[in-house]
Design a protein around this ligand. Structure first.
Ligand code: ZN
Ligand code: ZN
Length: 108
């Protein structure tokens, strides 16, 4: 048995699996961002976030582009730059109970 007492773990009920974050800590040197890094990678590869992760979601109303972020700033930045370059309105949804959906549009 390896010593894994200190490794953080993440579980995903949709995958029915649980992971320790040795890979994120060792290979990606994610440090205390390991959970965030895992969650973002999980979403990128599976299309959903693991348990206990509620992302900021930006969802373009005109094209299929949709991204999840674990912080408000990059989510807002994605929405603002998408609107700026495409002229599309983007829905920005905060993690649960943090407020209503906001529409980000190109200020022109
Ligand atoms: Zn999963
Ligand atoms: Zn768009």
């Amino acid at each position: 048995m390896d010593e894994v007492d200190d490794l953080p773990t993440v579980s995903c009920s949709r995958c029915g699996r649980e992971w320790d974050l040795a890979f994120e800590l060792d290979e990606l040197r994610a440090g205390n961002q390991a959970v965030e890094q895992f969650a973002l990678d999980h979403e990128r590869h599976t299309g959903h976030f693991p348990d206990d992760v509620t992302p900021w979601v930006v969802d373009c109303r005109r094209c299929p582009d949709r991204e999840g972020y674990l912080a408000e700033r990059p989510a807002r930045r994605w929405a603002a730059t998408h609107a700026r370059h495409t002229g599309h309105a983007v829905e920005l949804t905060a993690p649960e109970d943090a407020g209503p959906t906001e529409i980000i549009e190109d200020p022109g």
